[in-house]
Design a protein around this ligand. Sequence first.
Ligand code: ADP
Ligand code: MG
Ligand code: MG
Length: 906
Amino acid sequence: MSHKRVYTFGNGQAEGRADMKNLLGGKGANLAEMNLIGIPVPPGFTITTEVCSEYYTLGKEKVIELLKTEVEKAIARIEGLMSAKFGDVANPLLVSVRSGARASMPGMMDTILNLGLNDDVVEGLAKKTGNQRFAWDSYRRFIQMYGDVVMGVKHTGKDEIDPFEAIIEEIKAAKGVALDNELDVDDLKKMVARFKEAVKRQTGSDFPNSSYEQLWGAICAVFDSWMNERAILYRKMEGIPAEWGTAVTVQAMVFGNMGDTSATGVCFSRDAGNGEDLFNGEYLINAQGEDVVAGIRTPQQITKIGSQRWAQLAGIPEDVRRQNYPSMEEAMPEIYKELDAIQTKLEDHYRDMQDMEFTVQEGKLWFLQTRNGKRTGAAMVKIAMDLLRQGVIDEKTVLSRIDPNKLDELLHPVFDKKALAKTKVLAKGLPASPGAATGQIVFLAEDAAGWYNDGKKVVLVRIETSPEDLAGMAVAEGILTARGGMTSHAAVVARGMGKCCVSGAGELKIDYKKKTLQVGSTTLHEGDFISLNGTTGEVYEGKVATSAAELSGDFSDLMKLADKYTKLQVRTNADTPHDAEVARAFGAVGIGLCRTEHMFFEGDKIKAMREMILSETQEGRKKALAKILPYQLADFKGIFRAMHDLPVTVRLLDPPLHEFVPHDLKGQEEMANAMGVSVEYIHERVEALSEQNPMLGHRGCRLGNTYPEITEMQTRAILGAALELKKEGIHVFPEIMVPLIGILYEFLEQEKVIRETAEQLFKEMNDRIDYSVGTMIEVPRAALTADRIASSAEFFSFGTNDLTQMTFGYSRDDIASFLPIYLEKKILKVDPFQVLDQKGVGQLIQMATEKGRAIRPNLKCGICGEHGGEPSSVKFCHRVGLNYVSCSPFRVPIARIAAAQAAIEE
Ligand code: ADP
Ligand code: MG
Ligand code: MG
């Protein structure tokens, strides 16, 4: 059976298509598609991702053998279309060898350009093009890339520059010039010779002359790069499975470095930072593709308006701009028109914002890549809503395109305007990725990780970033670079991470060895505070306060759209009026979990609470509880007022009591004084309360069942607060929740106390209020006997934190000791405390819901664990028919979108 491993494209034809990303990778599939829709693309072919898997199982030699015939045929096809020959001296064909996975992983894997050159071919290329400089520049680039990627010529130290760059610097210094383009052909020839020496010295091998040897080396290196450290880290962060593999695309080279009518660039059909519907991008004249991304020369803007805005930010007068930094629209108007038409066509075709790469070779435009562009959370929302208004996509598509987790970026604070006005602007760079960041300066990515682990907030400051810096970028609050444009590595990666970034702040003088950052007369050191505004590109000295995010406009329109489709309700977990208000503003339709224990810690409350716990007698406890009651009453009034007209589930006291008592001598003396007893007595009581396994000990409803007076007091506080508010005309719907039951009778005992206390209170106050009594399902036995429990409980709230803990038998507080190894060995795919375990814990939820509703058809069911704000868990809750999820206030919008998506996916 023949197994197709190679898919060709070129000249308006292609064996692949856009929807074949799994097989051809995103890049390969879209190159094929662009061919099919008549966009100029250099011809080439793509080796499938399946071959990548074969590579890792069968090995290099076997895979080359399997590919040989197909690859040689495909090369011949390119030769035909390009009228040139691979490895030929008189008329050489050069190719690039490019990586490309299903999901885009910008800069994570390797790409090699100008492949096919050797000492003879370079002369041929020079003759053919009549351009010696171009030929030798291409050759030295090829050796540099191939030497690095395929032959493994390595940097020798962290703060050293790589050996090739060192040679370039030496040659420039000897000649007394500053820029690469001031070097002449002889310099480049010298460079090539020295590069080859460096390769030989470092690797012990000669640089390969045979074009096919070069090609196989490069293809295998791309497969190898799938397993390089940074690619592995990126996949981990983005949740991309290792099994996917990368495709390899081999494509005829086109040259942006053939002189002043040649150029290369990167562009976006809309603004990836703020979502504005404005074509934008950057380009460099007489350069090759990687120059723009690498941040080596700071590129110029493609559009005139982009260029004007850039100049304004940089404080450059209009005439100077036009003279020295013209846009492509001004410098190459014909090409610009063509580029603009193609970007429009591509966006229309894909119905989404496109991120594109192109090259102009002697006045002819070629497209080298297109993909749905990565974008910030704000841009994601704006672009989707704009496309909806423009009639390009429908409502369901809008909702399905929202990555719920990315909304998080929109919900967080921006710089406080007043605080900002008082702060000194230190420097200005490009607004590479929006948001606000304040933190301590670190210069090396490794340091960022270390500082972060020590609990510090850091801003990573670099001359430029490279994929090796990824781990440091991931933990930084923000990223600041001295070099590179809006499409530099730092900018693209930061936007993908939703992280604030200012790039290309040219005034910064960064010294890695001394660990200093100098701007004019100001010198900052490692550890000093700095603040970045990724929306304006401004850099400030010191800390700057932040204020809340803007939630109107597109964001609120999107949320309304979500509500149109959502069936599952979203409540919040809130213990304070402030949290309740925040959550309400985010659209929470109730409180799913109000924990009462946090209320006991503030001010004098803790003393009364301690007195209650330390008393040995019911009488003593009642005396102390009477002191607590007014505090609880006031707390509940605050929360109920904030949540007026919406239901509030209040959980009765849950944690082990010893968490409240003083363990230090000073605290114990204080309590002894307050209670008029000896310190020894207090000490003994504290000892008596300590437990081997507090999480499985005297807590939850076990407290209320041993000390019913606590339940009584809390019932009085909850219903009393509701009744008082009723007098003010405020409607409250309290739902009293008994925690941690495993046996029906645990619930019945507590329910009895609650109902009797309520009746007593109603009589005293001569008024009544509707309330319900339900339970938290968090002990597996409760789930197993849910039908019995539902005979009395009016609602179930799945406490998935404890339920996960008890279903797995993992202590949430101790999981860190083995979780990383479990994840690495794939014993666990994800942390079950973050992502709901649908097979195990989920089965209990589903079963308990079904059993409960069999007895009580209108049983209200929800979840209130951490999982209530995690998109895949929210979708599960929808599928098993829960009424609501409840999550922390800032996760509410995320859960609302996930709930809408779940309804659409049905
Ligand atoms: P990445 O996935 O890291 O973006 P690419 O494969 O897109 O890597 O290649 C890196 C750069 O090289 C891009 O800017 C691209 O435009 C350029 N490039 C790739 N192939 C060619 C080619 N055949 N001709 C000219 N430039 C190319
Ligand atoms: Mg690319
Ligand atoms: Mg619990």
